[in-house]
Ligand binder design. Structure first.
Ligand SMILES: [Zn+2]
Length: 237
């Protein structure tokens, strides 16, 4: 491991010398820097090369650290930011101003602008219950909209705590969605709704199934890719 000084801090990096003609630098998901260089490159030319790339490296590192922090498990403490259906809300814990909060009711949670106010007496369980209700409200509206658009009906709606799948559609056309979808943007929730409704007619992932999805959501591949890349939202709470 080597290190050089960036604008603010010392930036450590690893050097891999191998059979190649040019130098290349990469920044991984943890913000770690690796330089690949031809076998006989001097340490000095590597350092010079890194100095030239400094702006790019620091930008990539900031992105990686921000992305990692985005999925740090939520603590529900004052000042924390929470993603809810594409919006960011800052946690405000309210102390001692509500007798009703002692009853530990999730309905005492409110949002005011960009703030989510959670009475101090409430814990994770009540917050999860509130988030589930919030998602259910959205799902009911979107199911109604897309089932009309696609001309398909469905049985019942269930909001689950699954961490292995985003949604499902049963043989009786009951649709289920994991509550972790509440941490996803609304267009991604829409994609899941369309996906499960398309299963009402096609109980598989055949060509005909994807055609039914694409008919109402041509950009479905992007939404699916988002879900794949952001699976960690299932570990947020
Ligand atoms: Zn499916």
């Amino acid at each position: 491991m080597c290190a050089w000084f960036g604008k603010k801090d010392e930036i450590p990096y690893a050097v891999v010398r191998c059979r190649r003609h040019t130098m290349a630098v990469s920044v991984d998901l943890n913000g770690e820097v690796t330089v690949r260089a031809p076998l006989r490159t001097s340490d000095r030319s590597i350092a010079d090369f890194l100095r030239q790339k400094q702006g790019w490296i620091q930008k990539k590192q900031t992105e990686a650290w921000k992305a990692a922090a985005k999925y740090a498990p939520l603590t529900l403490l004052e000042g924390e930011w929470m993603p809810i259906l594409g919006e960011s809300y800052q946690v405000h814990r309210r102390f001692g101003d509500m007798g009703a909060a002692k009853a530990k009711k999730h309905s005492n949670i409110t949002t005011e602008g960009q703030r989510i106010c959670i009475p101090a007496a409430l814990g994770k369980e009540e917050v999860v219950r509130w988030l589930k209700e919030r998602l259910r409200g959205t799902l009911e509206k979107r199911l109604e909209y897309f089932s009309g658009l696609m001309g398909v009906g469905y049985g019942s709606l269930r909001v689950t705590s699954a961490r292995t799948r985003w949604g499902s559609c049963s043989a009786k056309n009951n649709v289920s969605f994991t509550w972790y979808l509440v941490f996803c943007p609304p267009d991604v929730v829409d994609y899941l709704v369309v996906h499960e409704l398309a299963h009402v007619k096609q109980k598989n992932h055949s060509k005909a199934f994807w055609e039914a999805v694409a008919a109402v959501m041509p950009e479905w591949k992007q939404k699916r890719a988002w879900l794949k890349a952001n699976r960690k939202v299932m570990d947020l709470l």
